[in-house]
Ligand binder design. Structure first.
Ligand code: HEM
Length: 494
């Protein structure tokens, strides 16, 4: 370095200075380079460490199998008895497990706490979810497809239309329908019990929605509704001639019929204390009424919710009583004693008499438990939700499994036994949910119980029945009912 300095000219000095400054710069760059690498490695180390920690803290998906790509475990669930499918999953994975049904990832929940968590949660967390094809048939404005303000408003109207105070006034008219139905069964013919119970539940549904409705309208509604319902569970193709297409056409005609009824009611100012009256009288805070479409969708929605449910429970009651002759005798005894002590001059049933049927009422409760005709319901996670250490990702379907809760021996001893006396003590909290729970719980449960009590009273005091053919298998239509709808022959007792 010294030699170099001696031999240097000014130019060399400049070069030397440049060279020296280059070296310094190089060193500076190198230092910056190594510092950058060091700092970024340090940063990455902390970043990945943090990420790892975040993942570690983040809930994991529930255990379970998603099955085959796209179809998931749909075939397993639908080709075997659904009870077997659920039982095997619960045994393997516990009360919360994931699966994939019809292409949808699902989380299934079989503990009362989990069911309560989902059904009682804020609507921002879980929303109702139904196949689009069903929504088109029932009508997209029916309350059970909604959450939020619209749902709250319509639900209030529906609840007030089916409140105990309103339904009890329907007792004499429900009784007429029950007596007429029973009379029509006792003609020596074998009946399909489920089909006949459906007719009964439909007539009661019409009564509770419209009050008195003239026969022409009732017949038109009946005819078109029976075409409509055939489309609920079939392949949704709009090709003319298919059941789904016929169903859509019937739905349009139902709109026209409902439109005529509404027009007539408005003209005659018949806006009474029934569901149609409440829907027509409604005004929101800005004074807006419900549209005709919203009214029609909610009427069809209520008919849909009221008919097959009540009819299948009634069908199971007949089967369970028939299978236990001793119990049948005791229940008959309760009903006959009531005729002797409480019947007035006109020999008819009153609402207060329906409150004096403790054993018959327990038979209804136990049938709702054992048959659990609504085995589960669906919700969809509206955001990522964590429950019990598990992640339920946004968009996944969530299914509280009512049937599994009702058949859990921890909550109901010997769950396969039909034992109405178990209801002498109330079930543990949240273990008994035949009518659901939370903001979508069944607003028609009082009416359903009343119409069952009225029919059972007359059936048990005035009729005998015998089952025809086998009844041990279960058919799904889509609710479970005994095979062939429980074929039976009715006779009047004198
Ligand atoms: C034994 C008969 C019945 C059973 C077992 C039953 C059961 C249920 C269940 C479990 C739910 C809740 C579904 C969910 O959370 O996803 C429900 C909702 C509903 N039920 Fe019933 N139900 C019966 C009869 C009726 C009757 C007779 C009516 C009407 C008169 C009715 C009207 C409704 C309506 C409108 C909803 C939807 C409520 C909402 O979304 O806010 N149900 N029912």
């Amino acid at each position: 370095m010294y030699e170099t300095v001696v031999d240097l000219t000014t130019g060399h000095w400049i070069q030397l200075i440049l060279a020296e400054s280059n070296k310094t710069l190089m060193k500076l760059f190198a230092t910056i380079f190594y510092l950058t690498i060091f700092l970024s490695s340090l940063f990455s180390y902390y970043f990945f460490k943090k990420e790892k920690r975040r993942h570690k803290n983040r809930a994991k998906l529930p255990p379970g199998s998603m099955g085959w790509p796209c179809i998931g475990e749909t075939l397993q669930m639908y080709t075997q008895d659904p009870n077997v499918f659920f039982a095997s999953k619960l045994k393997r994975y516990g009360d919360i497990f994931k699966t994939q049904i019809l292409g949808y990832p699902c989380v299934m929940l079989a503990s009362p706490e989990a069911a309560r968590f989902v059904l009682g949660a804020q609507p921002q967390l879980f929303k109702p979810t139904y196949p689009k094809s069903k929504e088109n048939l029932i009508g997209p404005s029916a309350l059970f497809f909604h959450t939020g303000n619209y749902h709250t408003c319509v639900r209030k109207l529906v609840q007030s239309s089916f409140s105990p105070e309103v339904t009890q006034k329907l007792t004499p008219d429900i009784e007429k329908i029950a007596l007429f139905s029973l009379e029509s069964w006792a003609n020596g013919q074998v009946i399909n019990t489920f089909h006949e119970m459906k007719k009964y539940a439909f007539e009661v549904g019409i009564l509770s929605i419209f009050g008195q409705l003239n026969k022409t309208y009732t017949d038109k509604l009946k005819e078109n509704y029976s075409i409509l319902e055939k489309g609920y569970n079939c392949f949704p193709t709009k090709l003319p001639g298919t059941a789904y297409h016929k169903s859509l056409m019937a739905r349009r005609r139902l709109n026209q019929i409902l439109g005529e009824i509404v027009k007539e009611r408005k003209e005659k100012k018949l806006l009474t204390n029934n569901l149609l009256g409440h829907l027509l009288n409604f005004r929101d805070e800005k004074g807006n009424a419900l549209s005709e479409e919203q009214i029609a969708d909610n009427i069809i929605g209520v008919l849909f919710a009221a008919q097959d449910t009540t009819a299948s429970v009634l069908t199971w009651i007949l089967k369970y009583l028939n299978d236990d002759p001793k119990l049948l005798d005791v229940v008959k005894g309760e009903q006959k004693a009531l005729c002797e002590s409480d019947y007035g001059e006109n020999q008819s049933l009153t609402w207060s008499m329906t409150r004096k049927m403790p054993l018959t009422y327990k038979v209804i409760l136990e049938s709702l438990r054992k048959a659990s005709i609504i085995s589960f319901t669906f919700r969809e996670a509206a955001v990522d939700i964590e429950y019990d250490g598990y992640l339920i990702p946004k968009g996944w379907k969530v299914m509280p499994l009512f049937r599994n809760i009702h058949h859990n021996p921890e909550f109901f001893a010997h769950p396969e036994q039909f034992d109405p006396f178990r209801f002498e003590n109330p079930p543990k909290p949240n273990t008994y949910m035949p009518f659901g729970y939370g903001i979508h719980a069944c607003p028609g449960n009082e009416l359903a119980k009343l119409e069952m009590l009225v029919l059972l009273h007359h059936m048990l005091t005035k009729y005998r029945w015998e089952l025809v053919g086998p009844s041990d298998l279960i058919q799904y239509s889509p609710f479970p009912v005994p095979e062939h709808g429980l074929r039976a022959r009715f006779k009047k007792e004198f």
